[in-house]
Design a protein around this ligand. Structure first.
Ligand code: FAD
Length: 426
């Protein structure tokens, strides 16, 4: 979501708009630029040798082999041509010359820009213990990583996968790997899984769901080394135990890609630092998506590594590159699919003063997080797509309209959630 203050500073159309990175943020910016009336060239540059695709399916349907990345293109067929977006694959941007206002590709070519958007995303953090360079120790960030992981866990019926990190991506991979018949152990340093994203009650239910599917957990354990030589044989833990595995996947977070911005002298602060308009410390350069650290309430910076943020920021940045002054207002929302279950978190559960649990007949567990005045400030849910999807939809409306529903009604699964919207639903 965004707000505009109408303060227009129009770019001159004698140079094109250039976008670094064809992920969710870059593609959404390219579409917004054209839709908002930019007539000159839009050049979208991408290091990988593929058409732009969505990343969330890489740990889900693409890993399981049910879908391919062709099914998850970011441009609908014909849209790139219709919008006259000049997409260049295999094009790594190596440097930015801010004085000349052009970017330099790794093959030495230069492209002048009127405005530049940096949307280079993030890189999966590698492990740093001894043995981490052993063949079979992988990370998951792009389509090639997903293909490599799938190859290893699919072809060998005796595959044993050790996943380091019990966060969202690690658990999605665990569910997909079990569907492929692979033995899975999740090793997590925290005392429980999904510490950053889920309330304990829901995290426990997610864990039991995995355990029922045969996933083993080692919680509160640190890895000491990866054991193996030419091939990985296992993971040694800090209690001396060895988790036997022939593939290890590091799911220990991602680091924003800031090198390009840093070398160009742009401000960096937990990512490429931008103001509320997603403008970097250079007024001709914007940033969006996983790489960008935006101003949050209270003045500190944050990054939200999720699809919706990248998409929304791309749109806002694209419009602001045209001289608008929209303020980027985050609408946190993340979802995950594991087995036949959906997990969704929206708003700001951390601001909760009171949590109201709603236990649905089909065992779905919804939590409405209420603020100081009894207003809904966040939502967390785990269960069927139908119940969780409905819950998050209503919660978003309750938040948007600042409705203060009765906690008793919220917690009573026999009360229709829509009835709590009252006048806001009209
Ligand atoms: C396996 C996986 C599962 C996920 N699941 C979910 C989910 O269920 N729900 C959810 O909300 N989010 C999910 N996410 C997160 C979501 O996909 C990211 O937040 C989103 O992709 C970020 O978009 P982005 O455009 O900022 O970066 P990216 O999608 O990473 O795109 C950046 C692009 O820039 C390119 N690039 C980098 N440097 C250069 C350069 N110098 N020159 C040219 N090109 C360059 C990269 O190759 C890359 O293609 C998942 C992510 C992964 C990896």
């Amino acid at each position: 979501m965004s707000r505009t203050n109408g303060n227009m500073e129009q770019p001159v159309a004698d140079r094109g708009m250039v976008i670094v990175g064809a992920g969710h943020a870059g593609v959404s910016a390219a579409l917004a630029l054209r839709a908002s009336g930019w007539r000159n060239t839009i050049t979208l540059l991408e290091t990988q040798d593929v058409l732009p695709y969505e990343r969330p399916p890489l740990s889900k349907s693409v890993l399981r082999g049910e879908r391919t990345i062709e099914d998850h293109r970011l441009f609908m067929p014909g849209r790139m041509e219709e919008y006259a977006i000049e997409f260049r694959r295999n094009a790594r941007v190596a440097a930015i010359d801010r004085d000349e206002r052009h970017i330099i590709l790794s093959d030495g070519q230069t492209i002048a820009y009127e405005r530049l958007l940096l949307a280079p995303g993030a890189v999966a953090r590698p492990l740093s213990v001894p043995g981490s360079d052993c063949p079979g120790v992988l990370t998951l960030r792009d389509a090639a990583d997903a293909a490599r992981l799938r190859e290893r866990i699919r072809i060998n019926p005796r595959s044993r996968l050790a996943i380091i990190g019990g966060g969202l991506i690690g658990l999605e991979v665990a569910a997909s790997a079990r569907a492929l018949g692979c033995a899975v152990t999740v090793i997590e340093v925290g005392r429980r899984i999904m510490m950053r994203t889920l309330r304990e009650e829901i995290a426990c239910r997610v864990q039991s769901c995995h355990e029922q599917a045969g996933v083993e957990f080692r919680l509160g354990r640190r890895i000491v080394s990866i054991v193996g030589g030419d091939e990985v044989r296992g993971v040694e833990l800090d209690d001396g135990s060895l988790i036997s595995s022939n593939t290890v996947l590091a799911c220990v977070g991602a680091s924003p890609r800031v090198e390009l911005a840093k070398e160009a002298g742009l401000a960096i602060d937990n990512g490429i630092a931008v103001d509320r308009h997603l403008r970097t410390s250079d007024p001709f350069i914007y940033a969006a998506g996983d790489a960008c650290a935006f101003e949050w309430e209270g003045g500190h910076r944050t990054r939200l590594e999720c699809w919706k943020t990248a998409n929304d920021q791309g749109k806002t940045a694209g419009r602001n590159m045209l001289g608008m002054s929209e303020v980027y207002l985050p609408e946190p929302w993340l979802w995950s699919d594991q087995y036949d279950k959906s997990i969704q978190v929206a708003g700001y559960p951390d601001r909760s003063r009171q949590d109201v649990d709603r236990l649905c007949q089909d065992q779905s567990h919804l939590i409405f997080h209420l603020g100081e005045q009894g207003e809904v400030v966040g939502f967390s849910g785990f269960g069927s797509q139908r119940q969780v999807g409905h819950g998050v939809k209503v919660a978003k409306l309750l938040m948007q309209h600042r409705v203060r529903p009765s906690p008793a009604d919220l917690g009573d699964a026999s009360v229709d959630l829509r009835s709590l919207l009252g006048a806001a639903a009209a």
